[in-house]
Structure formats: C-alpha cells, structure tokens
Design a binder for this molecule. Structure first.
Ligand code: TRP
Length: 449
C-alpha cells in the first residue's frame, strides 16, 4: 500500500473496506459456524459482538491509521508508543500468516468448484453424491496442494506486479454482482421445501445453546468477518482523507458485511433441510450444499460457475489485504524490494498452507491440541489472536491516545471543537475503554477456567 494517494471518493473508501471484509468469511465461514453453534443463538451473539465490539474496534483501527498516516508497523513508532504496543504489529503478522494458511485452501476449493460447475459436478445431484465427491476431493493430497498453491500463486502474482489497483477496479464491478446473485439465491431459497425449518434454525434463538463455544466462536467470527484486529484496516485508513467520517464508515462496513453473512445463511439453511444435509457439517457445509441448490435453478451450472467465480474474486480481494500488511512491513522495515518480499512471504505461506491443504487427507491424523493444522490455524487466529489484537487496539485508543485526538478523529470533519460530542462518538469511546477490553478479557478467562 506504500506511496499511493488517498482514496478519492467516499465510495472508494467503502469499496476498499467492504472488499476486505466480504469474503469467504461471510459465505463459507459464517454459515458453518452458525450451523455448528446453535443457529439463531449464534446469530444473536454474533450481531451483538459486531455492534458492541466490532464497530468500535474498526473505528479504533481507523483512528490510529488515519492519524498516523501509517500502516501497522509504522503507526505505533510514530505514536512513540512504548515497545509493548508494538506487539499489535507482531500479532498482526502471525494472524496474517495463519489466516492465509487455511484461507488459501478454501479459496483453492472455489477454483476447483468453478471447474466442477462447468463440468456439471460430474453428474452428481443428490446430497450423498455431492458429499462423497467433496470427500474424494479433499482427501486427495495432490489436488488439494495443487489448487491451494495455484491460488496463492495468483495472489502473490497480483501483489508483486503491483496490479492490485486493477483487481480492485474489477472487484468494484464484481462485488455488486456477487451481492445481486446472492439476492437471487435468497429468493429462490424461500421457495425450497425446507425454507421454514431453515429460517427458523437461523433466526429463532434457542437461548440454552449460548455456551462458551458459541460465545467464543461468535466473537472470533465477528473479528474475522470484519477483518479487524490485525492492522489491515489501519493500513486502509492511512489512505482515508480528512473528510472521511470514521464512525459512519465503521457502521456501514459492519452493516454490509453482516448483511452478506445473513444472506448466505438464508441461502444455505433452507437447502440444508431440503436436501437432508446436517447444519453442523463444518467447513464442508457450503461446498456440499450449494451445488444441490444449483440443480433446482434453470441453467444451474451457469449460475454455479458464475457464483464460484465471484466467490473466488471475493476471496482474492481479502487475501490481497491480508498479504499486503506483511509485504508493506517487509519493504518498510527490512528494506527489501517488493518482489523479494513477495517471494519470501509466498514461500512461508505456501509451506503453512500445504499443511492445511493436507489436513483433510494425508495429515488428517496429525493433531496439535486435538486439532488438525487447518482447524488449529483457524481457531488460533480467529478466536485468540484477532480478539487479542482487538483488545490491545481498544485499550490503546481508549486509554493511551490523548482523548482530544480520539475525539477529533471520530467526530465529523469541521465540527466545532467546543460543541458537545455526538452520542455515537461517545458510545464508541465508551466501548473502546470499557466494553471491548472487559468483554474480551472475560471470554478469555471463561475459556481458561
Ligand atoms: N474478512 C475477510 C473474510 O471475511 C477475511 C480477511 C481479510 C481478514 N482480511 C482480514 C480476516 C484481516 C481477519 C483480518 O473473508
């Protein structure tokens, strides 16, 4: 992201942050997490986390990013923060590495499924056939490695050639298309025989399901889906102009991001109950269930192919944001060229993602803390590192940053400094100081008990 000019339009700001936020997290991860952790109960807790913690921490990252005009590496240096606070940057590096490790495997699946869609899913239409097809695909070490590394190669090629801007232009057209196609699928879902059961699963909270795993995973999903807690948004905010309204932008991003996740849920769960799948199927859920929906639509494989192409692009804009934080760091701190940085980070993520790619087949038995590499990387980054990073960002902005700066950054540009602080800004500050740190800490302590 180095040496580029500021976003020129309001739409550019929203498109970039939403482009990073909307990805596999909304369409693949949200439905499977909700499916595993109580449906409506999960959605309820998730929305609370997005509003009470997600939005304020997003705003907090924006404040640091725009105020310092710097990415996560330089930001805390510029602020002359004590060395302890630099840990936010290291947590960010580690998160990026782990997330790219498992994310690129799933992004690889989207590429395989473009191919499968074009070839009509090998004629498979029943739930059983699609289930076993997914099994034979994910247990095959060779195919997993191939698609994972191919996806990473595309990602790093885009980054090394500096054509990121081009991709973002393309995605500004394709993301609204993704939104439109999701809308069509939502309407279709309402006519499936399992619609009532599916919607009740997603929207009717069963409060007895609110336990530690539900709360911890809902918190992790909120951070993951908003791309918050590791400095991606800080970097983006360093390109915001002084007229960008930070609180409004956080709220808009969170609303759009949550809308896409809920739409994915509205599409998936009716189909789950129509086609006899189980909501708690885990990471395979979407890949097993979506193809059966396509068979109900006229011109099914065309819809399927288009959908997976759009999902692939959504994944790519997210991995670009994830990679860029680390690449910018290498270039800035290690003073190496962009190409060298790309090669080094490409090799590192390639190695880690290979472990994840083999987690469903040859390495299925290799477990750390009872989890495969794929599950471990996912759990450690979403449920631990991002909330930890978010907690530090909240404490820093809420308690360490001079209040005058925090208030000025959060308030609308050109506001009379003597005027009373708007309620929205006061809420964000209150959450950064009290709700975020205490809630995240409480959940961590609960997990350790
Ligand atoms: N939010 C993206 C998604 O939902 C993934 C992502 C991109 C991300 N950048 C991130 C997650 C930074 C955490 C941190 O697919």
């Amino acid at each position: 992201m180095a040496n580029e000019t500021k976003f020129s339009t309001k739409l550019g700001v929203i498109a970039a942050t939403v482009g990073s936020a909307v990805g596999l997290g909304n369409i693949w991860r949200f439905p499977y997490e909700a499916g595993m952790h109580g449906g409506g109960a999960f959605l309820l807790v998730y929305v609370l986390f997005v509003l009470l913690i997600g939005v304020p921490v997003v705003a907090g990252e924006f404040v640091i990013g725009r105020y310092t005009g710097s990415n996560v590496v330089g930001a805390f240096k510029k602020l002359k923060a004590a060395p302890f606070w630099h840990s936010v940057a290291y947590i960010g590096l580690l998160s990026s590495l782990l997330i790219l490790g498992f994310y690129s495997v799933v992004a690889g699946w989207t590429v395989e499924y473009i191919y499968q869609a074009v070839t009509g899913f090998g004629g498979a239409t029943s739930e059983e056939a699609l289930h076993s097809q997914f099994d034979s695909f994910t247990t095959s070490g060779g195919r997993q490695i191939f698609w994972t590394l191919l996806f990473l190669a595309i990602n790093f090629l885009v980054i090394s050639r500096g054509v990121r801007k081009g991709i973002e232009k393309v995605s500004n057209v394709l993301m609204p298309m993704l939104f439109a196609i999701l809308f069509v699928f939502c309407v279709n879902a309402l006519f499936l025989p399992g619609a009532a059961e599916g919607l009740s699963f997603l929207f009717h909270p069963d409060f007895s399901k609110i336990d530690l795993p539900t709360v911890l995973n809902a918190m992790g999903q909120a951070f993951f889906s908003l791309s918050v807690g590791m400095g991606v948004l800080m970097t983006y905010a360093s390109y915001f102009s002084s007229s960008t309204r930070l609180v409004n932008t956080s709220v808009t991003t969170a609303l759009l991001d949550t809308l896409v996740a809920v739409m994915a849920g509205i599409i998936i769960f009716p189909a789950v109950f129509s086609f006899g799948a189980t909501p708690a199927a885990g990471p395979r859920l979407v890949f097993e269930v979506l193809p059966s929906i396509f068979t109900t639509l006229p011109g099914g494989s065309l819809w399927a192919a288009l959908f997976f192409v759009l999902l692939f692009v959504a994944a790519l804009t997210s991995t670009i944001s994830l990679s860029e934080v680390v690449i910018a760091w290498f270039i800035g701190e290690w003073k190496i060229s962009r190409v060298k940085a790309t090669v080094i980070y490409g090799i590192a993520t390639g190695l880690l993602s290979s472990l994840c790619a083999l987690s469903f087949g040859p390495l299925a038995g290799a477990k750390v803390f009872g989890m495969t590499f794929f599950d471990l990387f996912d759990f450690a980054s979403s449920n631990i590192l991002l909330p930890l990073g978010g907690m530090l960002i909240a404490v820093y902005t809420g308690w360490m940053l001079p209040r005058r700066i925090l208030r000025a950054q959060l308030s609308a540009p050109g506001r009379d400094p003597g005027a009373p602080t708007p309620a929205g800004v006061r809420l964000v500050i209150f959450s950064l100081r009290f709700i975020c740190p205490l809630a995240i800490l409480a959940i961590f302590v609960w997990g350790l008990l």
